[in-house]
Each structure stands twice: as C-alpha cells, then as structure tokens.
Design a protein around this ligand. Structure first.
Ligand code: UDP
Ligand code: MG
Length: 321
C-alpha cells in the first residue's frame, strides 16, 4: 500500500532529539488524512541514535530507517531518504527540530492546491551565532548572483516534494549534491512558505564550519561556471595593469633618464600579485576538475548497513518510481 506522505529525516548523532521529534511528528501525522511513513536516515551516528530508531520502529511500524555504513553527509542522507520514500508527497526536514513539524499540514495544503514543490523560507533564525547568520546571508546572495538558475534566498532543505519531482531527483546521477539547488533546477510550480526557524532542541550543531564551507562551494560550483571565468577577468585586469606600467616606465625613462625608477618594491608586489592570481585560478580549476574526477569514479553514493521497515520488494532496490 502506497503511503500518501513520506517524512524523510536525516539524523546524525541526534539521540537527544529523536524522542521529541517522534512525539511531535506523530501528533502531526495523527491530524493529517492519509497514511504517512517516517524515514529516518542515520548518517553514521556514534551515539544511541540507532538504538532509538529501532525502538521507534518496534513501537510504530510507520517508522522505517536506513543506516549508513559511515558518515556520508547531510545531502547524501537526504538523497537516500528520497530514494527509499514511497509517498505521493515527500517531506524533507532536519532531525533537530529546527524545522517545526507543525508546518507540514500547511505544506500539504499548498501541495493539494497543485504546487509540486513547497519550500520553507526562513524569515528569522533564532539563537544562531552572528557569524553563521552573516555568512549564510552573504552566501545565499552570492549564489543568487552567480547561479545559472534561480535559487530562492534563505531556504534550506525543509520542503515538500511531489512524487514527480522526487522521481526526477532520483534520476540525477551527480554525487556532489546540492539538493536545494537541484530542487530549484527541476522547475514545476514552486511556492515558498515563510517560517521562523526554531533553535536546535537539543544536542550540538553537526554542520561544522568545514562542512558548511564544503556545502557552499558545492552549491556554487554545481550551479555556476562564473568562477571559472574569474581567472580570465583577473588575467585581463593584470594585463591592463602591466600595459599601464610599461607606458609609465617608458615615459619615466625619457623624461628623467638619470632616475633609478621606483626600485625593487614594485617588482616584488607585482610578482606576489601575479602569483596569487595564478594560484587562485588554479584552485578554482581544481574545484571543478576534482568534482569531474569524483563523478567519473561513479561509486555508489552511500553504503547501507541496515534497511529496516520497508517491505521486501523495496529492501533490494531503492524505489525511484
Ligand atoms: N546531518 C547529517 N549528517 C551530517 C551533518 C548533519 O545527517 O554530517 C543532519 C543533522 O542530524 C540534522 C541536519 O543534518 O538533522 C542539520 O544539521 P545541523 O542541525 O547540524 O545543521 P544546521 O541546522 O546548523 O544547518
Ligand atoms: Mg540544525
């Protein structure tokens, strides 16, 4: 029997949040018409998360779960959840209750109106450090300027996706996944739903600065080739600068034949500047080439240590239809 709603929740060391998450989710599910399933994706947790998932599944068969062989990252966990989800509509949300489950009915009613993608848009972030808020603010605006597609500002992965969209996302083979970008890329009727992002219920932030930076670079590189062109612009700029300098030097030589010019400083600065430009450009190239290499290797996106609660048919292969 196909459930109407699948709620996909990636969890990484969220043992302190899981009981509350389930408590709030089941209240929301009880109020909704139609059958729901919850798909927890354990991204290689080292705390009690797997035990709690098992308990929840025993207690409520609507709770299914996947357990990765190791930590593969949030975006891959979301992807796995989408691979296994069977619902006509799939909701993706964080496991730390920053995305309030109580928003789901509002998303569902937009979906029933005919929207294929309903994404939650943060109007305010509570209790997140100024540095995180500032970098997130800057990043989303930079991405908007550079990306080839329109990616809405201040949206995370909290969203509802129609089965059509899920099928398309499941067909996308790329490994460097920026799910919210791919979600915009598919098109269809999309609508935002403003919400206030709650503070984390318990536990620590799992997105370290390094992980966030990696996600930001993936977002930029996957949806824009402008950075590649940056080296061309920088090269043109340096060439222009060199030309101006050459003219100045010639003028100086003719006007003041005895002057020893400006000395070594200018040469040192020019060398450092050009060196920096070259390294920077090579770095950008490396970002793209490295990703091409990743894609070419074509390894599976994740490894599964456990698949629990899905029927036998879906045990062997992820459902993508
Ligand atoms: N998460 C994950 N794998 C990771 C890091 C995070 O599955 O490697 C999950 C985490 O359990 C949570 C969600 O991704 O459900 C968002 O993580 P977090 O709250 O740390 O990030 P933030 O809300 O600060 O963006
Ligand atoms: Mg969070």
């Amino acid at each position: 029997m196909q459930p109407t709603y699948s709620i996909v929740v990636p969890v990484y060391n969220e043992a302190t949040n899981l009981p509350m998450l389930y408590h709030r989710l089941q209240a929301v599910m009880a109020a909704m018409e139609g059958i729901s399933e919850v798909i927890l994706v354990d991204d290689g947790s080292s705390d009690r998360t797997p035990i709690l998932m098992q308990q929840l599944h025993r207690q409520d068969s609507r709770v299914c779960y996947l357990r990765f062989g190791r930590n593969f990252g949030h975006q891959i966990a979301v992807t796995a959840g989408l691979n296994f989800a069977r619902g006509k509509a799939v909701i993706v949300m964080d496991g730390d209750l920053q995305d309030p489950p109580e928003l789901i009915p509002a998303m569902v009613s937009r979906w029933q109106e005919g929207y294929e993608v309903v994404y939650a848009q943060r109007t305010r972030r509570q209790q997140e450090g100024w540095l995180k808020r500032l970098t997130a603010y800057g990043f989303y605006r930079l991405l908007r300027r550079l990306a080839d597609i329109e990616i809405p500002l201040d949206t995370g992965d909290f969203c509802l996706l129609d089965r059509k969209v899920v099928t398309l996302l499941n067909q996308m083979p790329e490994r460097n996944r920026y799910v919210r970008g791919l979600r915009s890329w598919v098109g269809f009727r999309q609508i935002s739903l403003p919400y206030e992002r709650d503070p984390r219920y318990a536990g620590e932030v799992k997105y370290t600065f390094r992980k966030s930076l990696k996600l930001a670079i993936t977002g930029l590189v996957s949806f824009s080739t402008v950075p590649l062109r940056l080296s061309t612009y920088l090269g043109l700029f340096s060439a222009g600068l060199a030309l101006v300098m050459a003219v100045l030097v010639i003028y100086w030589r003719i006007a003041y034949p005895a002057s020893p010019l400006t000395g070594y400083a200018i040469i040192a600065v020019a060398i450092f500047f050009l060196g920096a430009v070259q390294l920077f450009s090579i770095g950008i190239l490396g970002e793209y080439v490295g990703r091409i290499y990743e894609e070419v290797k074509n390894r599976p996106l994740y490894t599964l240590a456990e698949v629990v609660g899905f029927e036998t048919s879906s045990l062997t292969k992820p459902i993508s239809e």
